[in-house]
Design a protein around this ligand. Structure first.
Ligand code: SF4
Ligand code: SF4
Ligand code: FES
Length: 214
């Protein structure tokens, strides 16, 4: 693939033709909020709706994880429309999130905290009511804790578990009921999970975390 030049926020950046815009930006130090994109996946789900950018020639903002770069492309990561879309998407995610940073394993390295800081957004939803979902924490595995109430449905743990050769995790249910769970919804400790930690290493928030083996 040939080297091309694109412009993001008035800065010229080199990329390879056909690269995904989100990764080209991040690899060059330009931050765009993102949760659900995976570098290894060719067809992004674009489900978190956080990576919107403006592109010259496009009438509406587009998710950067769905765009392939081309020579001469001109992109802005901020605009009134982008900021409004990102704020609305973030609020929706946070209305369905068990917010408890003080006691969370991800406190200080959490992607939600980073997005809030970068875009000056509140972690606590302001306009939407917090959804009450009674999802118990799964502490049945020896070295892993799983709090589905903190999950943002990004899918990184599912891919990591599959890549590790175990393939225990997957998505189930639809809409607000959607969660990551094990085959047959069994507790982790009864699912074949050996606490390898791949899920915790991949989770950008505090839903999967490691703990000392019992
Ligand atoms: S996942 Fe992030 S935002 Fe949520 S409680 Fe943990 S540190 Fe806070
Ligand atoms: S548990 Fe973590 S890695 Fe898995 S889908 Fe939820 S937020 Fe993403
Ligand atoms: S990272 Fe693009 S929509 Fe989630």
């Amino acid at each position: 693939m040939s080297e091309i030049t694109i412009t993001i926020d008035d800065r010229q950046i080199s990329a390879r033709e056909g690269d995904i815009l989100l990764w080209a930006a991040l690899d060059n130090g330009v931050y765009i909020p993102h949760l659900c994109a995976h570098r290894e996946e060719e067809h992004p789900s674009a489900s978190c709706r956080l990576c919107f950018v403006e592109m010259q020639g496009r009438p509406m903002p587009v998710p950067a994880c769905t765009v392939k770069v081309a020579d001469g492309m001109v992109v802005s990561t901020r605009s009134e429309r982008v900021d409004a879309l990102v704020a609305a998407g973030f609020e929706l995610i946070m209305s369905n999130h068990r917010l408890d940073c003080k006691n969370c394993a991800a406190n200080g390295s959490c992607e939600l905290q980073r997005i809030a800081k970068e875009r000056k957004l509140r972690l606590k939803p302001k306009n939407l009511p917090a959804l009450e979902r009674d999802l118990p924490v799964d502490s049945s595995a020896a070295g892993i804790l799983y709090d589905p109430g903190k999950c943002v449905l990004c899918g990184h743990c599912v891919l990591a578990c599959r890549s590790s050769g175990r393939g225990i995790l997957g998505f189930t249910r639809r809409g607000y009921e959607r969660i990551v769970t094990t085959f047959g919804d069994a507790p982790l400790g009864e699912s074949g999970c050996d606490s390898c930690g791949a899920c915790a290493g991949a989770c950008p928030v505090g839903a999967f975390s490691t703990r000392k083996a019992r």
